[in-house]
Design a protein around this ligand. Structure first.
Ligand code: A3D
Length: 320
Protein backbone atom coordinates (compact mmCIF):
# COMPACT_ATOMS: atom_id res chain seq x y z
CA UNK A 1 0.00 0.00 0.00
CA UNK A 2 1.28 3.48 -0.80
CA UNK A 3 2.30 5.61 2.16
CA UNK A 4 -0.24 8.18 3.29
CA UNK A 5 0.40 11.73 2.10
CA UNK A 6 0.54 14.50 4.68
CA UNK A 7 0.34 18.10 3.48
CA UNK A 8 1.52 20.81 5.86
CA UNK A 9 0.20 24.22 4.86
CA UNK A 10 2.58 26.69 6.47
CA UNK A 11 6.25 25.79 6.91
CA UNK A 12 7.06 28.04 9.85
CA UNK A 13 7.88 27.02 13.40
CA UNK A 14 4.98 24.60 13.84
CA UNK A 15 5.01 23.43 10.19
CA UNK A 16 8.69 22.44 10.35
CA UNK A 17 8.21 20.65 13.67
CA UNK A 18 5.18 18.81 12.26
CA UNK A 19 7.24 17.64 9.29
CA UNK A 20 10.02 16.38 11.55
CA UNK A 21 7.61 14.52 13.84
CA UNK A 22 5.67 13.00 10.93
CA UNK A 23 8.96 11.73 9.49
CA UNK A 24 10.28 10.31 12.76
CA UNK A 25 6.97 8.55 13.38
CA UNK A 26 6.83 7.38 9.74
CA UNK A 27 3.25 8.57 9.38
CA UNK A 28 3.66 9.08 5.65
CA UNK A 29 5.27 11.17 2.93
CA UNK A 30 5.28 14.88 3.69
CA UNK A 31 4.66 17.94 1.50
CA UNK A 32 5.55 21.24 3.14
CA UNK A 33 3.80 24.19 1.49
CA UNK A 34 4.44 27.89 2.16
CA UNK A 35 4.23 31.16 0.26
CA UNK A 36 7.76 32.03 1.42
CA UNK A 37 10.12 30.86 -1.31
CA UNK A 38 12.90 28.58 -0.13
CA UNK A 39 11.58 27.99 3.40
CA UNK A 40 9.58 24.83 2.73
CA UNK A 41 12.24 23.50 0.34
CA UNK A 42 15.03 24.16 2.85
CA UNK A 43 13.18 22.58 5.76
CA UNK A 44 12.13 19.54 3.71
CA UNK A 45 15.73 18.92 2.58
CA UNK A 46 17.12 19.43 6.07
CA UNK A 47 14.64 16.92 7.55
CA UNK A 48 15.24 14.45 4.70
CA UNK A 49 18.95 14.60 5.54
CA UNK A 50 18.15 13.53 9.11
CA UNK A 51 16.66 10.30 7.70
CA UNK A 52 19.85 8.21 7.54
CA UNK A 53 20.65 8.86 11.21
CA UNK A 54 17.08 8.54 12.44
CA UNK A 55 16.33 5.66 10.07
CA UNK A 56 12.99 6.68 8.64
CA UNK A 57 11.59 6.16 5.16
CA UNK A 58 9.49 9.10 4.09
CA UNK A 59 9.69 11.45 1.12
CA UNK A 60 10.00 15.11 2.14
CA UNK A 61 9.05 17.75 -0.41
CA UNK A 62 8.98 21.53 -0.03
CA UNK A 63 6.86 23.59 -2.41
CA UNK A 64 5.21 26.93 -3.19
CA UNK A 65 2.70 25.29 -5.53
CA UNK A 66 -0.67 24.01 -4.24
CA UNK A 67 -0.73 21.39 -6.99
CA UNK A 68 1.87 19.45 -4.99
CA UNK A 69 -0.61 18.73 -2.18
CA UNK A 70 -2.83 16.84 -4.64
CA UNK A 71 -4.48 13.79 -3.12
CA UNK A 72 -3.27 14.48 0.44
CA UNK A 73 -4.83 12.25 3.11
CA UNK A 74 -4.21 14.76 5.88
CA UNK A 75 -3.69 18.55 5.72
CA UNK A 76 -2.44 20.39 8.79
CA UNK A 77 -2.81 24.16 8.51
CA UNK A 78 -0.51 26.59 10.33
CA UNK A 79 -0.36 29.25 7.62
CA UNK A 80 -0.71 32.78 8.95
CA UNK A 81 0.94 34.87 11.62
CA UNK A 82 1.52 33.97 15.28
CA UNK A 83 1.22 36.22 18.34
CA UNK A 84 3.88 38.61 19.60
CA UNK A 85 4.08 39.71 23.24
CA UNK A 86 1.09 41.91 24.16
CA UNK A 87 -1.10 40.52 21.37
CA UNK A 88 -4.14 38.37 22.01
CA UNK A 89 -5.02 35.51 19.67
CA UNK A 90 -8.00 37.56 18.55
CA UNK A 91 -5.71 40.35 17.29
CA UNK A 92 -4.71 37.98 14.46
CA UNK A 93 -8.25 37.71 13.09
CA UNK A 94 -8.14 40.01 10.04
CA UNK A 95 -4.79 38.84 8.65
CA UNK A 96 -5.35 35.15 9.21
CA UNK A 97 -8.92 35.14 7.84
CA UNK A 98 -7.53 36.13 4.42
CA UNK A 99 -4.93 33.39 4.71
CA UNK A 100 -7.70 30.85 5.45
CA UNK A 101 -9.44 31.90 2.22
CA UNK A 102 -6.45 31.03 0.04
CA UNK A 103 -5.68 27.86 2.01
CA UNK A 104 -9.32 26.70 1.96
CA UNK A 105 -9.50 27.21 -1.79
CA UNK A 106 -6.23 25.33 -2.30
CA UNK A 107 -7.47 22.36 -0.26
CA UNK A 108 -10.84 22.39 -2.03
CA UNK A 109 -9.14 22.17 -5.41
CA UNK A 110 -6.35 19.69 -4.66
CA UNK A 111 -7.16 17.70 -1.52
CA UNK A 112 -10.94 17.56 -1.10
CA UNK A 113 -10.80 14.11 0.56
CA UNK A 114 -8.29 15.08 3.23
CA UNK A 115 -8.80 15.18 6.98
CA UNK A 116 -7.96 18.81 7.75
CA UNK A 117 -6.56 19.95 11.08
CA UNK A 118 -6.43 23.72 11.63
CA UNK A 119 -3.95 25.24 14.08
CA UNK A 120 -3.95 28.88 12.93
CA UNK A 121 -5.30 31.35 15.50
CA UNK A 122 -7.75 32.58 16.61
CA UNK A 123 -8.43 28.87 16.40
CA UNK A 124 -12.19 28.44 16.76
CA UNK A 125 -12.95 31.18 14.23
CA UNK A 126 -10.23 30.09 11.79
CA UNK A 127 -11.37 26.45 11.73
CA UNK A 128 -14.90 27.69 11.01
CA UNK A 129 -13.61 29.92 8.19
CA UNK A 130 -11.41 27.16 6.76
CA UNK A 131 -14.44 24.84 6.61
CA UNK A 132 -16.50 27.53 4.90
CA UNK A 133 -13.82 28.31 2.29
CA UNK A 134 -12.91 24.68 1.63
CA UNK A 135 -16.49 23.37 1.55
CA UNK A 136 -15.33 20.02 3.00
CA UNK A 137 -17.71 17.97 5.19
CA UNK A 138 -17.78 19.25 8.78
CA UNK A 139 -16.50 15.95 10.19
CA UNK A 140 -13.36 16.24 8.04
CA UNK A 141 -12.35 19.71 9.30
CA UNK A 142 -11.29 20.09 12.92
CA UNK A 143 -9.25 22.45 15.05
CA UNK A 144 -6.33 21.58 17.33
CA UNK A 145 -6.48 23.33 20.70
CA UNK A 146 -7.97 21.08 23.36
CA UNK A 147 -5.23 18.45 23.05
CA UNK A 148 -2.60 21.15 23.65
CA UNK A 149 -4.49 22.93 26.43
CA UNK A 150 -5.11 19.57 28.11
CA UNK A 151 -1.45 18.59 27.70
CA UNK A 152 -0.40 21.81 29.43
CA UNK A 153 -2.89 21.13 32.23
CA UNK A 154 -1.64 17.53 32.55
CA UNK A 155 1.99 18.64 32.62
CA UNK A 156 1.39 21.18 35.40
CA UNK A 157 -0.60 18.61 37.39
CA UNK A 158 2.11 15.96 37.03
CA UNK A 159 4.66 18.41 38.46
CA UNK A 160 2.34 19.33 41.34
CA UNK A 161 1.62 15.67 42.22
CA UNK A 162 5.11 14.39 41.32
CA UNK A 163 3.66 11.59 39.21
CA UNK A 164 4.17 10.48 35.63
CA UNK A 165 2.44 12.64 33.01
CA UNK A 166 1.11 9.40 31.53
CA UNK A 167 -1.04 8.83 34.60
CA UNK A 168 -2.62 12.28 34.52
CA UNK A 169 -5.69 12.78 32.39
CA UNK A 170 -7.08 16.24 31.82
CA UNK A 171 -9.89 17.80 29.95
CA UNK A 172 -9.98 21.36 28.63
CA UNK A 173 -13.05 22.36 26.64
CA UNK A 174 -14.50 25.54 25.15
CA UNK A 175 -12.80 28.06 22.91
CA UNK A 176 -9.00 28.32 22.65
CA UNK A 177 -8.67 31.63 24.45
CA UNK A 178 -8.88 33.24 27.86
CA UNK A 179 -12.32 31.67 28.35
CA UNK A 180 -11.18 28.04 27.88
CA UNK A 181 -12.69 25.61 30.40
CA UNK A 182 -10.30 23.23 32.22
CA UNK A 183 -12.68 20.63 33.64
CA UNK A 184 -11.31 19.76 37.05
CA UNK A 185 -14.05 17.24 37.79
CA UNK A 186 -13.23 15.19 34.68
CA UNK A 187 -9.44 15.29 35.20
CA UNK A 188 -7.74 12.53 37.14
CA UNK A 189 -4.51 11.06 38.44
CA UNK A 190 -4.61 7.31 37.88
CA UNK A 191 -8.39 7.55 37.64
CA UNK A 192 -8.80 9.56 40.90
CA UNK A 193 -10.66 12.82 40.13
CA UNK A 194 -8.86 16.03 41.14
CA UNK A 195 -11.52 17.11 43.69
CA UNK A 196 -10.94 13.79 45.52
CA UNK A 197 -7.19 14.45 45.54
CA UNK A 198 -7.83 17.82 47.20
CA UNK A 199 -9.89 16.03 49.86
CA UNK A 200 -7.12 13.44 50.26
CA UNK A 201 -4.72 16.30 50.98
CA UNK A 202 -2.52 15.75 47.90
CA UNK A 203 -2.94 19.41 47.00
CA UNK A 204 -4.94 22.44 48.12
CA UNK A 205 -7.84 24.08 46.31
CA UNK A 206 -5.71 27.25 46.00
CA UNK A 207 -2.91 25.37 44.24
CA UNK A 208 -5.39 23.67 41.92
CA UNK A 209 -6.99 27.02 41.07
CA UNK A 210 -3.54 28.43 40.27
CA UNK A 211 -2.84 25.48 37.92
CA UNK A 212 -6.16 26.05 36.16
CA UNK A 213 -5.25 29.71 35.65
CA UNK A 214 -1.73 28.85 34.48
CA UNK A 215 -3.30 26.49 31.92
CA UNK A 216 -5.53 29.29 30.63
CA UNK A 217 -2.45 31.53 30.33
CA UNK A 218 -0.24 28.72 28.97
CA UNK A 219 0.15 30.17 25.49
CA UNK A 220 0.89 33.69 26.77
CA UNK A 221 3.51 32.32 29.20
CA UNK A 222 5.48 30.89 26.26
CA UNK A 223 4.98 33.98 24.08
CA UNK A 224 6.31 36.10 26.96
CA UNK A 225 9.43 33.92 27.24
CA UNK A 226 10.15 33.51 23.52
CA UNK A 227 9.34 37.15 22.64
CA UNK A 228 9.57 36.45 18.89
CA UNK A 229 6.69 34.01 18.35
CA UNK A 230 4.50 31.47 20.06
CA UNK A 231 4.77 27.85 21.19
CA UNK A 232 5.51 25.26 18.54
CA UNK A 233 6.84 21.96 19.93
CA UNK A 234 3.75 21.05 21.98
CA UNK A 235 1.27 22.43 19.41
CA UNK A 236 2.89 20.31 16.69
CA UNK A 237 2.93 17.20 18.89
CA UNK A 238 -0.76 17.69 19.69
CA UNK A 239 -1.76 17.94 16.02
CA UNK A 240 0.32 14.88 15.17
CA UNK A 241 -1.59 12.95 17.87
CA UNK A 242 -4.83 13.88 16.08
CA UNK A 243 -3.45 13.05 12.60
CA UNK A 244 -2.25 9.67 13.84
CA UNK A 245 -5.68 8.94 15.36
CA UNK A 246 -7.22 9.53 11.91
CA UNK A 247 -4.60 7.69 9.83
CA UNK A 248 -4.59 4.64 12.12
CA UNK A 249 -8.33 4.71 12.88
CA UNK A 250 -7.48 4.76 16.59
CA UNK A 251 -10.89 6.06 17.78
CA UNK A 252 -9.08 8.33 20.26
CA UNK A 253 -11.22 10.38 22.60
CA UNK A 254 -9.61 13.81 22.28
CA UNK A 255 -10.82 17.34 23.00
CA UNK A 256 -10.92 19.12 19.63
CA UNK A 257 -12.54 22.19 18.10
CA UNK A 258 -15.27 20.29 16.26
CA UNK A 259 -18.51 21.24 14.58
CA UNK A 260 -21.22 20.81 17.20
CA UNK A 261 -24.80 20.63 16.06
CA UNK A 262 -27.19 19.37 18.72
CA UNK A 263 -24.77 18.24 21.44
CA UNK A 264 -24.19 20.64 24.36
CA UNK A 265 -27.38 22.44 23.28
CA UNK A 266 -25.43 24.09 20.45
CA UNK A 267 -26.79 24.90 17.09
CA UNK A 268 -24.08 24.38 14.46
CA UNK A 269 -20.80 25.96 15.52
CA UNK A 270 -17.12 25.10 16.06
CA UNK A 271 -15.91 24.94 19.66
CA UNK A 272 -13.75 22.69 21.84
CA UNK A 273 -15.60 19.53 22.89
CA UNK A 274 -14.68 15.88 23.55
CA UNK A 275 -14.62 13.99 20.24
CA UNK A 276 -13.82 10.54 18.90
CA UNK A 277 -11.26 10.73 16.08
CA UNK A 278 -10.97 7.76 13.73
CA UNK A 279 -10.95 6.95 10.02
CA UNK A 280 -14.21 8.84 9.57
CA UNK A 281 -12.65 12.05 10.92
CA UNK A 282 -14.67 13.39 13.84
CA UNK A 283 -16.81 10.30 14.32
CA UNK A 284 -18.63 11.49 17.43
CA UNK A 285 -19.02 14.50 19.68
CA UNK A 286 -19.23 13.20 23.24
CA UNK A 287 -21.98 15.16 24.97
CA UNK A 288 -20.86 15.11 28.62
CA UNK A 289 -22.91 16.53 31.48
CA UNK A 290 -21.70 19.82 32.90
CA UNK A 291 -22.65 21.12 36.34
CA UNK A 292 -23.95 24.65 36.82
CA UNK A 293 -20.54 26.31 37.22
CA UNK A 294 -18.98 24.41 34.34
CA UNK A 295 -21.95 25.20 32.12
CA UNK A 296 -21.64 28.91 32.95
CA UNK A 297 -17.93 28.87 31.99
CA UNK A 298 -18.66 26.90 28.81
CA UNK A 299 -21.48 29.31 27.85
CA UNK A 300 -19.15 32.27 28.29
CA UNK A 301 -16.57 30.60 26.08
CA UNK A 302 -19.19 29.79 23.43
CA UNK A 303 -20.26 33.45 23.40
CA UNK A 304 -16.64 34.55 22.90
CA UNK A 305 -16.27 32.18 19.92
CA UNK A 306 -19.57 33.36 18.42
CA UNK A 307 -18.33 36.95 18.69
CA UNK A 308 -15.19 36.08 16.73
CA UNK A 309 -17.14 34.29 14.00
CA UNK A 310 -19.47 37.30 13.70
CA UNK A 311 -16.41 39.54 13.38
CA UNK A 312 -15.16 37.29 10.54
CA UNK A 313 -18.44 37.64 8.72
CA UNK A 314 -18.04 41.41 8.97
CA UNK A 315 -14.59 41.25 7.38
CA UNK A 316 -15.44 39.09 4.37
CA UNK A 317 -18.96 39.32 3.02
CA UNK A 318 -18.58 36.27 0.81
CA UNK A 319 -18.80 34.12 3.97
CA UNK A 320 -22.12 32.57 4.88
P1 A3D B 1 5.20 30.98 11.84
O1 A3D B 1 6.49 30.38 12.26
O2 A3D B 1 5.15 32.45 11.58
O3 A3D B 1 4.71 30.19 10.54
C1 A3D B 1 3.62 30.60 9.79
C2 A3D B 1 3.97 30.35 8.34
O4 A3D B 1 2.81 30.63 7.54
C3 A3D B 1 5.10 31.22 7.80
O5 A3D B 1 6.16 30.40 7.29
C4 A3D B 1 4.44 32.03 6.67
O6 A3D B 1 5.29 32.27 5.56
C5 A3D B 1 3.29 31.12 6.30
N1 A3D B 1 2.20 31.80 5.60
C6 A3D B 1 1.72 33.06 5.76
N2 A3D B 1 0.72 33.29 4.89
C7 A3D B 1 0.56 32.15 4.16
C8 A3D B 1 -0.31 31.76 3.13
N3 A3D B 1 -1.24 32.60 2.63
N4 A3D B 1 -0.19 30.51 2.61
C9 A3D B 1 0.74 29.64 3.09
N5 A3D B 1 1.60 29.96 4.09
C10 A3D B 1 1.51 31.20 4.62
O7 A3D B 1 4.04 30.67 12.92
P2 A3D B 1 3.88 29.35 13.82
O8 A3D B 1 4.17 28.17 13.00
O9 A3D B 1 4.59 29.57 15.11
O10 A3D B 1 2.31 29.45 14.15
C11 A3D B 1 1.35 29.26 13.13
C12 A3D B 1 -0.03 29.59 13.62
O11 A3D B 1 -0.41 28.68 14.66
C13 A3D B 1 -0.23 30.98 14.21
O12 A3D B 1 -1.47 31.53 13.78
C14 A3D B 1 -0.28 30.72 15.71
O13 A3D B 1 -0.99 31.71 16.42
C15 A3D B 1 -0.99 29.40 15.75
N6 A3D B 1 -0.84 28.62 16.98
C16 A3D B 1 -1.94 27.95 17.41
C17 A3D B 1 -1.87 27.20 18.55
C18 A3D B 1 -3.09 26.48 19.03
O14 A3D B 1 -3.05 25.80 20.04
C19 A3D B 1 -4.34 26.59 18.30
C20 A3D B 1 -0.68 27.10 19.28
C21 A3D B 1 0.43 27.78 18.79
C22 A3D B 1 0.34 28.55 17.64
Amino acid sequence: MARPKIALIGAGQIGGTLAHLAAIKELGDVVLFDIAEGTPQGKALDIAESGPSEGFDAVMKGTNDYADIAGADVCIVTAGVPRKPGMSRDDLLGINLKVMKSVGEGIKQYAPNAFVICITNPLDAMVWALREFSGLPHEKVVGMAGVLDSARFRHFLSVEFNVSMRDVTGFVLGGHGDTMVPLVRYSTVGGIPLPDLVQMGWTSQEKLDAIVQRTRDGGAEIVGLLKTGSAFYAPATSAIEMAEAYLKDQKRLLPCAAYVDGAFGLNGMYVGVPTIIGAGGVEKVVDIKLNKDEQAMFDKSVEAVKGLVEACKGIDTTLA
